[in-house]
Design a protein around this ligand. Structure first.
Ligand code: C2E
Ligand code: CA
Ligand code: CA
Ligand code: CA
Length: 274
């Protein structure tokens, strides 16, 4: 039996060793993949609820060429966060997205920022450098952050967010409704946008209490000058209900899956009025 900081005491078993070894292997493979430029970025369309056209994309990382088999970001991002590789990974995605969309001026670009990146004291400078070097307009960039770190390190988080806002970069609170976000938090950080978590969107048309909750959250956000994006929209009925409730943007498989840049540009061209 070994002491363990998180859960008190845990039973030592070969399985845990195996799992630790697996994570270490993935970490090493990821480090190599970053160096060899083997990660890719795909883009999921985000539509305006009123305009009914693509107004933005969310950049999402992919690791398709891993020899041992592809892993999803849910599988390797947490490992990147624990090992510090997330700084490199996050900046890679940011730079690639800025380069890819530099000339696609009508489209805003949302990039995920892991709260673990805030631990890097050089984070702000690195973001600024990326924007300067790519020439990407700060007004077209939106960074999505999740709440975990905000709660543990409120001062650092507030400093980073206010710096980003000074640059003119919009900041969105990701996965709203999945955790414990309190209304006080929303006010304190001055987010430009909240992204309603898929778990709420999934139930919005089938559970009355969720419908009421979501409508209230959208109303509250808008009253606090925050726009709302619903994620994980899969049905026309969800899109209709969320649009009616005042949601500004909709994102989900109903409108398009994450896709490589080429496929996105072809789709956008096909949708453009002749
Ligand atoms: P997220 O930021 O909440 O991203 C949305 C996820 O929901 C994406 O999964 C997307 O493909 C999926 N999704 C969107 N619409 C639908 C839908 O209608 N139905 C279903 N079933 N799923 C939908 P993905 O790309 O696998 O990413 C998972 C998570 O991994 C992301 O959740 C984010 O937390 C993390 N992640 C992905 N790329 C990055 C990145 O570049 N940096 C960081 N820090 N995290 C990333
Ligand atoms: Ca390690
Ligand atoms: Ca996101
Ligand atoms: Ca999300």
């Amino acid at each position: 039996v070994k002491a363990n900081g998180k859960s008190g005491v845990r039973i030592y078993t070969p399985d845990l060793d195996l799992e630790r070894q697996r994570q270490q292997d993935i970490e090493d493979q990821l480090r190599r993949a970053l160096r060899a430029d083997e990660l890719e970025v795909v883009y999921q369309p985000i539509v305006g609820a009123m305009e009914n056209r693509v107004v933005a994309v969310e950049a999402l990382v992919r690791w398709p060429r891993r020899p041992e088999g592809e892993l999803t970001p849910d599988q390797f991002v947490p490992i990147a966060e624990r090992s510090g590789l997330i700084n490199q990974l996050g900046l890679f995605v940011l730079r690639r997205a800025c380069e890819d969309f530099l000339d696609v001026e009508a489209i805003k670009v949302a990039v995920n920022v892991s709260p673990a990146q805030f631990r890097d004291p050089d984070f702000e400078r690195a973001v600024m450098r990326t924007l300067l070097e790519t020439g990407f307009s700060t007004a077209r960039l939106e960074l999505e952050v999740t709440e975990g770190y905000l709660i543990d390190h409120p001062q650092r988080a507030a400093a980073v967010i206010s710096f980003l806002k000074t640059l003119g970069v919009a900041v969105a609170l990701d996965d709203f409704g999945a955790g414990y976000t309190s209304i006080a938090y929303l006010q304190k950080y001055g987010f430009d946008r909240i992204k309603l978590d898929k778990s709420l969107v999934d139930r919005v048309t089938i559970e009355k209490s969720t419908g009421v909750l979501v409508a209230g959250a959208i109303h509250m956000a808008n009253a606090l000058d925050m726009a709302v994006t619903a994620e994980g929209v899969e049905t026309e009925e969800q899109a209709y209900v969320l649009g009616l409730a005042g949601c500004q943007r909709l994102q989900g498989f109903l409108f398009g899956r994450p896709m490589p840049l080429g496929a996105f540009l072809a789709m956008a061209a096909a949708a453009a009025p002749a």
